[in-house]
Design a protein around this ligand. Structure first.
Ligand code: ZN
Length: 491
């Protein structure tokens, strides 16, 4: 498969599509803001992970050597993404009477399991904020030394006005104007600690009841949320790297603040290209916990949610998300997901059919053009919906060959198979669903066995009933007789 197209990406920073030219080709450094691990991942998390997974896959397809870093936020992310309120993980820990690290590890595992099931490749490095407190303290000290931060009541804040007066750049990414930001910032408790409402915390002094706390030169406390990404991207990708990604909801204040911190601490903007995926809506409304229209990935996979007509497989979720361009909003509905499921099945069927295609001496169809268009689409700011539309065209042609209305040679058939697998499998990350319904089968089998045994018991055929119980015990299955009948469990 060949394509002469050059990769073009939409850079949020310049609001333009730009030719992708890595700072140090063929190496590409990519940093993506990962989840705050205090609850189960939802469709929005899936969209961000899938967007950058597909970008990661495509960059590798183009031959780049990518170092992909995605962090785990396990401290410092306060409620309402503000400088006040409770730490999201500490709050969950308090409510569930757990150690914060227990909360973080539990939800990190569940996040990764959900992403694995959608065939999201693991990043090369997954650093934790709590593992980089020293690096964060160092940056706070640098910013204090350079006069871009100030100490107030044991907390350290970034001085947005000083930065802005000198370089006029706060708002460079989100294209907001600082006066507007100040007037739009609500008065919050403790705001008086700040010189300016737009200032943001670099280090927060911990209140006595705050359980996540570390020693620092200023107070026993914890780092501000924006600081971790600056510290971790700097550590693993250097002070300047190629791509910084995340959800559009992180544009301000999170990414804006990252830029300000980096410029002041290291003298340069951290990333050359800023890429943001758009949000997922439900009935046109933003999906969110506070709105009560929040569906977790595990609920999608099991179908257990009042808004879901049925269960949707991880691959259906992947295909549904990739059918929209990452910069468009995507509206959730059962109809849209069912349509995605149907389309996905069609492509998997076409993929399977390739092996069985009859071959001829000459090809009457040209698949090369179709796959070149897929690559061209991906080169145009990762346009997955267009690439998928081309895959449907490939599927249509495959069916024509299968119906003997078109012909293909053995060599072309082999290339078709390789190209189909590359685009559908390697780049779009679509993997045949493991039709592993073994647990379902075991459940049904156990129902049959237990009903045979209860029949034996009803007939006072104790020999048979014991025979069944002992045989199951040998297989590691324990039977318990209760009021509601027998239940079973695996040892
Ligand atoms: Zn971040």
């Amino acid at each position: 498969m060949n394509s002469n197209s050059k990769l073009v990406v939409y850079n949020t920073l310049t609001r333009k599509k730009e030719q992708f030219e890595p700072i140090n080709a063929p190496f590409v450094g990519m940093y993506v803001c990962g989840p705050t691990v205090y609850g189960d991942a939802h469709l929005g998390h899936a969209r961000s992970a899938l967007t950058f997974d597909t970008i990661y896959r495509f960059l590798k397809f183009l031959g780049y050597k990518v170092r992909y870093v995605r962090n785990i936020t396990d401290v410092g992310h306060l409620e309402h993404d503000s400088d006040e309120g409770e730490d999201k993980i500490a709050k969950k820990a308090r409510l569930e009477q757990l150690e914060p690290m227990e909360v973080a590890q539990y939800y990190t595992k569940r996040y990764l399991d959900a992403m694995d099931s959608m065939n999201v490749l693991r990043p090369n490095i997954q650093p934790h904020a709590t593992g980089h407190i020293i690096e964060q303290i160092e940056i706070v000290q640098t910013l204090l030394d350079k006069g871009y931060a100030y100490l107030s009541e044991g907390s350290v804040y970034f001085d947005v006005n000083k930065y802005n007066n000198e370089t006029h750049k706060y708002g460079i990414l989100s294209h907001r104007v600082i006066d507007e930001m100040i007037s739009n910032t609500r008065e919050l408790d403790g705001q008086s600690e700040k010189r300016n409402p737009a200032d943001f915390a670099l280090w927060k002094k911990a209140s006595p009841e705050h359980i996540m706390r570390w020693q620092s030169p200023w107070s026993e406390g914890f780092p501000g949320w924006h600081l971790e990404c600056t510290a971790m991207s700097r550590k693993y990708l250097g002070k300047q790297f190629d791509i910084h990604g995340g959800g559009l909801d992180l544009l301000f204040p999170h990414h804006e603040s990252e830029i300000a911190q980096s410029v002041c601490a290291f003298g340069c903007e951290p990333a050359k290209y800023w890429l943001h995926n758009n949000m997922i809506t439900i009935g046109g409304q933003k999906m969110g916990k506070s709105l009560g229209n929040f569906i977790t990935l595990n609920e999608f996979f099991s179908g257990e949610h009042e808004k879901l007509d049925k269960a949707y497989s991880p691959m259906t979720i992947r295909f549904f998300i990739l059918q929209a361009h990452y910069r468009s909003t995507l509206d959730f509905s059962n109809e849209a997901l069912t349509a995605a499921e149907k389309g996905m099945k069609k492509l998997f069927e076409a993929q399977k059919k390739i092996d069985t295609l009859p071959v001829s001496n000459a090809s009457s169809v040209n698949f090369d053009e179709v796959f070149s268009k897929c690559i061209e689409a991906m080169c145009d700011d990762f346009n997955t919906p267009v690439a998928i539309a081309e895959m449907f065209e490939a599927s249509r042609l495959i069916n024509l060959v299968s119906d003997k209305k078109e012909t293909i040679t053995q060599a072309d058939k082999e290339r078709l198979k390789a190209d189909f697998d590359t685009v559908f499998g390697d780049i779009l990350g679509m993997k045949g669903e493991q039709t592993d319904n073994s647990s379902q089968v075991i459940n049904s089998l156990m129902d049959v066995i237990l009903s045979l045994r209860s029949e034996a018991r009803a007939n006072k055929d104790w020999a048979k009933s014991d025979l069944i119980r002992d045989a199951l015990a040998k297989a590691g299955i324990t039977i318990k007789d209760g009021k509601e009948g027998a239940t079973w469990s695996l040892e």
